[in-house]
Design a binder for this molecule. Structure first.
Ligand code: PXG
Length: 292
């Protein structure tokens, strides 16, 4: 069955779901998006994702043409129309159609698009044994050029990192910022555990404020684990007791080696395993429930 896509007020089969060549989302990556997961009829952290989407839009002076509650309903309806109880949903807001110049004033009407599909999961052995990561040479965009908090349609920085990851044949790549501090992975946030303290780079280091990241920080605090948002160097990762990545697709995934160096014992550590379990429980309760 053809996938059903929402575009500006209507649902269309994918072959009819088309965006203009003159849309600045296409021409310039001028727009914002989200990646949301649903678990057995629960849109995970729907409010948090909506919140980040509207904040991203505000940061680039893009007015989302529909109110938040309506956007949330459209997201749920897109999952329903695609008969997905567990899936991945991608809301997008673009600057809309303009001329071939980049001036956003020429784009009177932003477009709202929501697509959904099944999710390709990381292989199960990643969760059991951990994945390997490498440092990529592509640095994370500097915040003065493009705030890392904005989940914009400009993903070339991350894609350049991903190309390096693919060439290395590992699971993910860690990006440093211009100062040499760890920012995040190409599509996930990074955490380390050192002497019982859970640490993750600050957003000012170049990390996207990941929804999974905030859930993990909250779960750790609940467990009484000391947490720090701080600057981290490659050395901190080499010397860490544990390391894991977080993201909507990845959830919480252990890292077993960095640049060929085993992290800690080279096996997923106790804090990582605890947080995987707690996060999986959270995916059963937090968000908006729906039925097909
Ligand atoms: N950092 C970046 C740069 C991301 O794109 C995350 C961290 C994790 O954030 P959440 O909110 O998901 O916990 C992301 C989000 C993909 C894909 O196809 C993944 C993301 C975005 C777009 C595509 O793997 N991850």
């Amino acid at each position: 069955m053809a996938r059903q896509v929402y575009i500006d007020g209507e649902f269309l089969p994918e072959e009819d779901a088309k965006i203009s060549i003159f849309d600045h989302g296409f021409l310039y990556g001028d727009g914002v998006f989200e990646g949301i997961r649903s678990y057995e009829g629960l849109v995970f952290c729907l409010d948090e994702h909506i919140d980040r989407l509207y904040k991203s839009a505000r940061a680039i002076a893009l007015e989302v043409p529909i109110p938040r509650d309506e956007f949330a309903d459209v997201i749920v309806e897109t999952l329903r129309r695609n008969s997905l109880l567990s899936g991945y949903v991608r809301p997008i807001v673009t600057r809309g159609c303009g001329d071939l110049g980049l001036d956003p004033r020429k784009c009177p009407k932003p477009s709202v698009i929501v697509a959904a599909d099944k999710l390709t999961l990381y292989p199960e052995e990643f969760y059991r044994d951990g994945l390997e990561v490498t440092f990529v040479s592509t640095r994370r965009n500097i915040p003065d050029a493009l705030p890392p908090q904005v989940k914009s349609l400009n993903y070339l920085n991350n894609i350049l990192g991903r190309l390096e990851v693919n060439r290395m044949g590992v699971g993910e790549g860690i990006m440093l910022n211009a100062l040499g501090f760890i920012a995040e992975a190409t599509a996930d946030n990074v955490f380390i555990v050192k002497e019982g303290v859970l640490k993750t780079p600050t957003t000012s280091s170049g990390a996207l404020p990941g929804i999974t990241r905030s859930c993990v920080l909250e779960l750790a605090r609940e467990e009484g684990i000391p947490v720090e948002e701080t600057e981290l160097t490659p050395y901190d990762l080499y010397a860490a007791d544990e390391c894991f990545l977080t993201g909507t697709g990845a959830e919480v995934v252990p890292v077993r080696a960095v640049e060929g160096r085993p992290v800690g014992t080279g096996r997923p550590g106790p804090m990582t395993r605890k947080l995987i379990e707690k996060f999986r429980n959270l995916t059963k309760s937090r968000g908006r429930r729906y039925e097909l």
